[in-house]
Design a protein around this ligand. Structure first.
Ligand SMILES: [Zn+2]
Length: 123
């Protein structure tokens, strides 16, 4: 992949930055994306303008989830409070290259099935 010219990227953003974009995904992907963006919102170097855009977009889709099922929207809102953070121990971080078993974060690098050092790629 060629590295884009930063000035060309900025020029394109200035030209098309307010063009509407319609995306389609599913609730689980949106829930996951919400959690990732909530982590981003906690980053001390996130700019105020990015923070405003992310928070505004999340408000919109959480409101949309409210009409689908209030529990989903409530779960999304919990992600804004670090008190409700949970370790992501059930999410595989890759696969063992020897036996193809999923490798989880709590495995700390060794395959739990064949004890081979984990060399799998990130999923
Ligand atoms: Zn293995």
């Amino acid at each position: 992949m060629n590295t884009p010219d930063p000035e060309a990227v900025l020029a394109a953003l200035c030209q098309h930055g307010h063009h509407p974009v319609h995306l389609e995904t599913d609730v689980l992907a949106l829930f996951t994306l919400t959690g990732a963006l909530q982590l981003a919102l906690r980053h001390p170097h996130l700019s105020d303008s990015s923070r405003t855009i992310i928070a505004g977009a999340m408000d919109l889709w959480i409101a949309a989830m409210e009409s689908l099922h209030p529990a989903i929207a409530a779960g999304m809102r919990l992600g804004l409070d670090p008190v409700y953070d949970v370790p992501m121990v059930d999410v595989p971080i890759g696969h063992c290259v020897q036996c193809d078993a999923p490798v989880f974060l709590e495995d700390c690098g060794d395959c739990p099935h064949c004890n081979a050092p984990w060399q799998g790629e990130t999923l």
